[in-house]
Design a binder for this molecule. Structure first.
Ligand code: APR
Length: 245
């Protein structure tokens, strides 16, 4: 569908808007996704790197992988898609970002009202008591202990772990009460996050998907754009900004 043919007059600056994102929105910043052909899970076993069992079995393999990812993220910059969301958030007064990403690029781009469903790779916590702990770069590759004796690990959600209740409840509430959702750069495979576009649409939202590949949501999206986020989102912003002003 051509952008010019998309009609957005039904929305106003008071419309409630959700930007739901996955690893694909950071791909053009040079950050690897998980399920693309060159993604993390094509090289590593997720259960060895992103689970309690994997951390118990070889903590320094896990800590080293997260430290490598942190170094790649440190060298990366938010891309045009992240920056477009900041522009959208000036246009739409009531908008939130719900991300599965732990890279912190939404915050670095100046996006606001961010729900980090799967945590944040730049934070560390005790695996036992949950206390947040500051670590310096050197320490991040070796196993450190909390004063309670627990192991210190990245504050990210591993397979088999629950999401923070307040975060997921807030995200579902935002999705169920929005007028417009963009679902950007997610394979829509990991629940409960993947439920959000379906929830939004079930509750009357207009849902636009942006992904070079089709997903389980594509067939029912109101608009499904086979494109890269960094390429198409700035164009959609210009189109919507023109129609709303
Ligand atoms: N623009 C938009 N989408 C893109 C781009 C791009 N430039 N490049 C790739 N994509 C799409 C891919 O087609 C794919 O559908 O991004 C999606 C990335 O999917 P995944 O790698 O599965 O990432 P995500 O959906 O965020 O995974 C969800 O799974 O392993 C867990 O915790 C991890 O948060 C992650 C969760």
């Amino acid at each position: 569908m051509m952008l010019e043919n998309m009609r957005f007059e039904r929305f106003t600056q008071d419309s409630r808007v959700v930007f739901f994102t996955g690893a694909g929105i950071s791909a053009e910043s040079g950050i690897a996704t998980f399920r693309d052909p060159d993604g993390h899970w094509s090289k590593y076993d997720p259960m060895k790197l992103a689970s309690q069992a994997g951390f118990r079995e070889d903590p320094e393999l896990v800590l080293g992988w997260y430290a490598d990812r942190r170094e790649a993220i440190h060298k990366a910059k938010p891309n045009a898609a992240h920056i477009s969301i900041s522009k959208f958030q000036k246009l739409f007064r009531h908008s939130v970002v719900i991300t599965q990403n732990v890279d912190g690029l939404h915050e670095r781009a100046g996006n606001r009202s961010i729900y980090e469903l799967h945590g944040n790779i730049h934070r560390h916590k005790c695996n036992s008591c949950g206390k947040y702990i500051e670590l310096n770069d050197m320490n991040m590759r070796i196993l450190n202990r909390c004063e309670c004796g627990g192991s210190i690990r990245p504050d990210v959600v591993w397979f088999g772990e629950s999401l923070a209740l307040e975060t997921i409840n807030g995200a579902f509430n935002a999705a169920q009460n929005c007028d417009l959702m963009f679902t950007i750069g997610t394979s829509t495979q990991i629940y409960p996050a993947a439920q959000l576009p379906f929830e939004a649409q079930k509750n009357g939202a207009f849902v636009i998907e942006i992904n070079p590949e089709a997903t389980s949501f594509s067939a029912q999206a109101d608009i499904s754009l086979r494109d890269k986020a960094g390429s198409i989102l700035p164009k959609i912003y210009e189109e919507i900004n023109a129609q709303l002003n």
